[in-house]
Write a new protein. Structure first.
Length: 276
């Protein structure tokens, strides 16, 4: 039977992010995507104008349909959550639908470049720690990692041993597999630090290509989730995801796609299903 992954994230019409980016990617990997929207947006918030509809009050009724149908999921992936109530709804979803073989991927979309998003109050950060107890895989950036282990944002690049120590601390709260994504290593390279519980750390380096692009994390998370669900190791999943994202970013730079338009992943979607 075809595998299914629940995607709990916002649905944004234009800008290639969240569910709108993740669903076609996992579909190309021959996995059925089942969206659970947390909000509906016309464009993401980096555009000068956008429509926003908070879906919190409707999420329980939306999810109840899946409970009534006794759906089963092979994976559950969570993204940006806008309130403590949404975290509670997601935890209930996981408790309901997680089977022994279901893995949970939590992308703790909380901030970047040393700053948290406005909605991430101390209470909300604490609430996220309740969610990560259920995570098997996590894809934090450095800002999110230090926040979740109660450390200040470092003034300089942490050593590999320091990154491993922080990942070990986070792992004790839940996840067995962690990749700290998008760490600026130098002017030309981006570091992705991989931690697998009870194993030595691993590194995936990619070229730094242009400026940051909206939706890059969603693309990487989707490829990791799909690859891992299709049987690749966590390391190979990260390697495939970062290589795919880099290829898309390079195309965007060559064709002058605006940074807030996201990654032109459509150009290379077919490659994700070639070896399946």
């Amino acid at each position: 039977m075809q595998k299914k992954i629940a995607l709990i994230n916002d649905m944004t019409g234009f800008g290639r992010c969240a569910i709108a980016a993740m669903a076609p990617i996992v579909s190309a990997m021959k996995i059925q995507a089942v969206p659970i929207p947390t909000a509906i947006l016309s464009t993401h918030t980096q555009f000068p104008v956008y429509y926003f509809d908070d879906y919190t009050s409707r999420m329980k009724d939306y999810i109840q349909t899946y409970k009534d149908l006794h759906l089963e999921f092979d994976a559950i992936a969570t993204g940006f959550l806008g309130s403590e109530e949404q975290v509670d709804i997601v935890i209930d979803f996981i408790q309901t639908f997680k089977r022994k073989e279901t893995f949970i991927l939590v992308d703790p979309v909380m901030g970047d470049h040393g700053k948290l998003y406005k909605t991430y109050t101390p209470a909300m950060c604490q609430k996220m720690k309740e969610l990560i107890q259920y995570a098997d895989l996590m894809t934090p950036n450095l800002t999110e990692l230090v926040t979740l282990v109660d450390r200040p944002y470092p003034e300089s690049l942490p050593s590999f041993d320091e990154l491993k120590e922080m990942c070990e601390q986070l792992s004790r709260q839940g996840p067995s597999h962690i990749v700290v994504t998008g760490i600026p290593f130098n002017d030309k390279q981006i570091l992705n630090f991989i931690y697998n519980k009870h194993e030595d750390y691993q590194i995936v380096m990619v070229d730094r290509i242009g400026k940051d692009r909206c939706g890059t994390g969603d693309v990487i998370t989707a490829v990791i989730a799909g690859s891992y669900l299709n049987g690749l190791s966590f390391y190979e999943s990260v390697k495939k995801a970062t290589a795919f994202a880099s290829k898309c970013i390079r195309f965007c730079e060559q064709t002058h796609v605006p940074h807030h338009y996201g990654l032109s992943f459509e150009e290379y979607l077919y490659e994700l299903g070639e070896d399946l």
